[in-house]
Unconditional design. Structure first.
Lengths: 340, 340
DNA sequence: TTGTAGGCGTTATCAT
DNA sequence: ATGATAACGCCTACAA
C-alpha cells in the first residue's frame, strides 16, 4: 500500500491531475468549478491524500521551510527564542529546520550549505562571530536572512537584539546606587558583537556616573561560558586590582564567578556583588540568587521570525533592526559593599 | 546566476548526465572509467556543484534525514541528548530535523506528519505519553523508530533510557543511609513511562530497606515542572503526613520544592532533604546545591542514534533496548534528619 | 563503459 | 473551466 498521490485523487474524482492540483491549492481554487472542487476535495479526503512537499519543492523551488542556525542549543538562552520563532513561523505555514553549530565555523558552513540545498527560503542566524564571510556571501546572493542577538560587521542585515546599552546601563546604575565605585567587567568574547557592545556600554555607563574607567578592571572571556568566567575572574583577582562589584557579560560568566568565590573564600554579595545578563532559567534558585538584566527572549524570537517573513515577501525593503528593551532583575547577588 | 545542476557538470565534462551522476556517486563510481570520473569530479568542483537533495529524495524516496521529536526544548535535559544524536547521525551522513511538540498531542501529530511527508527515514521520539496511538500506527507502517527516555505501552520498540530502578535505588539508599525513615516521593506524571517506572522503583526500594510504603507519602505531579513539584509538595505538607526526605521524580520537581521550603520556612536539608533526578546543568550552584541522580545524557543520544541507524539498516532485527546506568551525585540538599 | 529514456509528484503554461 | 504537456533535478533499468 503506497501513499496516495495527486493522480490517485484525480482518478477518483474523475478529473485531470492538473485540475485536482488547482482544486487542492486554495490560491488556485477559484479557477475551478465549485462543484468540481468539492468532488476533488472529497476524493482527497477519502484516501487521506497529503501533498508531497518534496515534489512540490522541486517544482516550485520553494520549501515553506526556513533554517535556524543556533550556536549552542545547550545555552539556555536559545530555547525560548526558538519557541518564539517557531510560533510565528508555524502560524504562517512555515517550518523551521534547527541546526546546531557548536560554535564551530566549519560545522556552521556545512550546516548552512545543507540548509541551502534543501531550498530553505530564509535563514535566522544566531551566530557568534562578528566577522563572517559566509554570511556576507549569502547576503550578496540575496538569501533572506535575519540575525538574532548578534550583528555582523559591515553587513546591513535585519537583526533583533536586546538593547545592550540600556541593559548594561541598568546594571551599572544599580551597582552605583548600592554604593559601589570600583566595578569590574567580565566581558564576553570581543569577537562577538554582543561582547563588544556590552563592553562599550559598560565604559559609557561608568563615565555617566562619573567613575573612572580603569582598563585593568575589564577582562575578556574567551567564551560565553562558566569556566571562562571563572578564569577571567581569577586573572582579575590575581592582578591585585581592587573592586567590589562585577558586571558579567552574561549569566553564565556570572555563574562562573560563584566557583571562584567559593575557591577564594569570598562571600557574595558581602565581599563581592555580581550581576549577570539574559535572565536564564533558575537564577532565582542559585546561591545566591543572581541579579541580572532580563531580556525578552521569546519576543526576540517572535520579532526575528516576523522580520524574516517580511524580508521574504519584500526582499528589497531596507533592512530594519529591532532593539528590545531589557529590564533589571534584582536578587541577592548584589548588595552595598561591606564597609570596614 | 542559477545554482549548477548535474547537466552543467556533464556539459563541462563532455559526458552524459547519467555518466556524471555515476561518477559523482561513490557507490556507482566503479562503473565508470577512472579518467572520465576524474574529469567529472573536476568539472563539478570547478563550478561548485552540489547535488540537489530534493530532487534526489523525490527520485529515491529517501532523504538522509531523520526526525527528532522533542517534547520541550526548554527542558535542559534534552539539548545534550540532541547533541549526542546529531554527532552520530552527522558522522553517518544523516541530518536531523528537530521538532518541538510542547507536549501537545495535536502539535505532535502535525509535526510528525510533516516529518513523514518530508521522507525522513526514521524517527527518534522523546515523547511523553505512555499511550500513543500515532506511534503504534507508525510502527505498524514500518517506520524505523527509536524512543528516548520513554517507552510506549504495548509497543515493542527499541528504546534508550536511564535505568530508573537503579537510579531511584541509589537515591533511596542514600537517604536511608543518612537515617531517614519517612521518605516521600513526588512522582512524575503517571501518564509517562518514566513517571510510572520511577514510582514503582521507589516502592521497591522502600521495601528493600524494610521501610513501610505509606501510600500517603507519594503524590503525583501533573507535569515534570517546577510549578507542579511545588503544588505537589504543598499538598503533601497540608495533608499532615510527616516525612523528612523527598525523592523527586526529576530535578525540576525537586527545584519546585525549594519554593515551598521558602514559603513554609523550612530549611533544606536540616528540616527536609530532597534529591532530584537527571543532573540538569547548574544544580551545583543552587541554594542549596541539589543532590541528584545523574544520567549520561549525551550517551543516551549517541545510543539512540546508533539504534536508529541499525534499525534503518536491518528493519527486521528484533527490537533491542538499552538501559544506561545512572550514578549518584551527593550535594547539600540531603543530610541526616535533624534530631530533636 | 557510456548513452537513452522514463519517471519520482507536483505545478506552470499553453491550448481547448 | 479543464485538459494536455512539459519540466523541476536526479537516478536507474536497459540498451548500445
Amino acid at each position: 500500500m503506497t501513499t496516495p498521490t495527486l493522480r490517485d485523487v484525480a482518478l477518483i474524482a474523475g478529473v485531470h491531475p492538473a485540475t485536482a492540483s488547482r482544486a487542492l491549492n486554495p490560491l488556485t481554487r477559484p479557477q475551478v468549478n465549485a462543484e468540481t472542487a468539492r468532488k476533488v476535495l472529497r476524493a482527497a479526503e477519502s484516501i487521506g491524500y497529503q501533498p508531497n512537499p518534496i515534489a512540490r519543492s522541486l517544482k516550485t523551488a520553494r520549501s515553506s521551510t526556513i533554517g535556524l542556525v543556533i550556536p549552542d542549543l545547550t545555552n539556555p538562552l536559545f530555547p525560548p527564542i526558538v519557541r518564539g520563532i517557531e510560533d510565528v513561523l508555524n502560524a504562517a505555514g512555515y517550518n523551521a529546520w534547527i541546526v546546531n553549530t557548536d560554535n564551530d565555523p566549519d560545522r556552521e558552513e556545512t550546516q548552512i550549505e545543507s540548509l541551502r540545498s534543501r531550498q530553505v527560503e530564509g535563514l535566522i542566524v544566531a551566530t557568534a562571530r562578528r566577522n563572517h564571510p559566509l554570511l556576507v556571501q549569502l547576503h550578496a546572493q540575496g538569501v533572506p536572512m535575519v540575525l538574532v542577538n548578534r550583528r555582523v560587521d559591515g553587513l546591513d542585515l535585519p537583526s533583533v537584539t536586546a538593547d545592550d546599552d540600556t541593559g548594561i546601563g541598568l546594571a551599572v546604575a544599580h551597582l552605583v546606587e548600592q554604593g559601589h565605585t570600583r566595578i569590574a567587567h567580565l566581558a564576553g568574547p570581543q569577537g562577538t558583537s554582543t561582547g563588544v557592545s556590552r563592553a562599550r556600554a559598560f565604559r559609557n555607563a561608568l563615565l555617566d556616573h562619573g567613575l573612572v574607567n580603569d582598563a585593568a578592571l575589564t577582562v575578556e572571556c574567551g567564551y560565553w561560558s562558566e569556566s571562562e568566567g571563572a578564569i577571567a575572574l581569577r586573572k582579575l583577582l590575581d592582578s591585585g586590582t581592587t573592586f567590589t562589584a562585577i558586571v558579567a557579560g552574561n549569566d553564565l560568566i556570572a555563574l562562573g564567578c560563584y566557583d571562584v568565590f567559593a575557591e577564594r573564600g569570598l562571600h557574595c554579595p558581602d565581599d563581592m556583588s555580581v550581576i549577570g545578563f539574559n535572565e536564564m532559567p533558575f537564577l532565582d534558585k542559585m546561591r545566591p540568587p543572581l541579579s541580572t538584566v532580563a531580556i525578552p527572549q521569546y519576543d526576540i524570537g517572535v520579532e526575528a521570525a516576523r522580520l524574516l517573513l517580511d524580508t521574504i515577501e519584500e526582499p528589497d525593503r531596507h533592512a530594519r533592526s529591532i532593539l528590545l528593551a531589557p529590564s533589571l532583575v534584582v536578587r541577592s547577588s548584589t548588595a552595598p559593599p561591606l564597609s570596614r
